[in-house]
Design a protein around this ligand. Structure first.
Ligand code: DQA
Length: 148
């Protein structure tokens, strides 16, 4: 069965309480439950992991190499800073979709650049929790039909 690693970066454990006008009222647990249900509908499975630590996210990407077929990642603020996470994704070469709750291009200029985007198949930004749902759908569809 298709297995997808879902990674949530720093501060996303605070979802629901953290700047809800920007990030919405759904908690990380709510989002993970939505993704698990969606995965079942898509006849796939997801493993979810959140960390506030760059190295822990990188270790998890390395461990995905022989375990999962794709990665769905919201790198949080590491999007804009982490060459190391980008290199980890490039190293394992697993198809990766980058998602953001907020539209990073509508926000401060320092959020307009993503180190992850060049190693991702694509990016979905600005649809709140729906960004994750759309991202999982796009990733599974890509994995099943890479040429489409
Ligand atoms: C975010 C956008 C980032 O700029 C920010 O640092 C986050 C969340 C988003 O999902 O909108 O932590 O990745």
């Amino acid at each position: 069965m298709l297995s997808i690693l879902v990674l949530h970066g720093p501060n996303l454990n605070l979802l629901g309480r953290r700047e809800p006008e920007v990030y919405g009222y759904q908690t990380l647990e709510d989002i993970n439950q939505i993704l698990e249900q969606q995965a079942t509908e898509l006849q796939a499975k997801v493993l979810t992991f959140q960390s506030n630590h760059e190295g822990a996210l990188i270790d998890c990407i390395h461990a995905a190499w022989d375990e999962h077929q794709g990665i769905l990642i919201n790198p949080g603020a590491f999007t804009h800073t982490s060459i190391a996470i980008r290199d980890a994704i490039a190293a394992v070469a697993l198809p990766t979709v980058e998602v953001h709750l907020s539209n990073i291009y509508q926000r401060e200029p320092f959020r307009h650049h993503s180190y992850i985007a060049p190693v991702a198949i694509g990016q979905i930004s600005g649809f709140g929790a729906e960004s994750y749902r759309l991202g999982l759908e796009a990733l599974v569809s890509h994995l099943r039909n890479p040429k489409a």
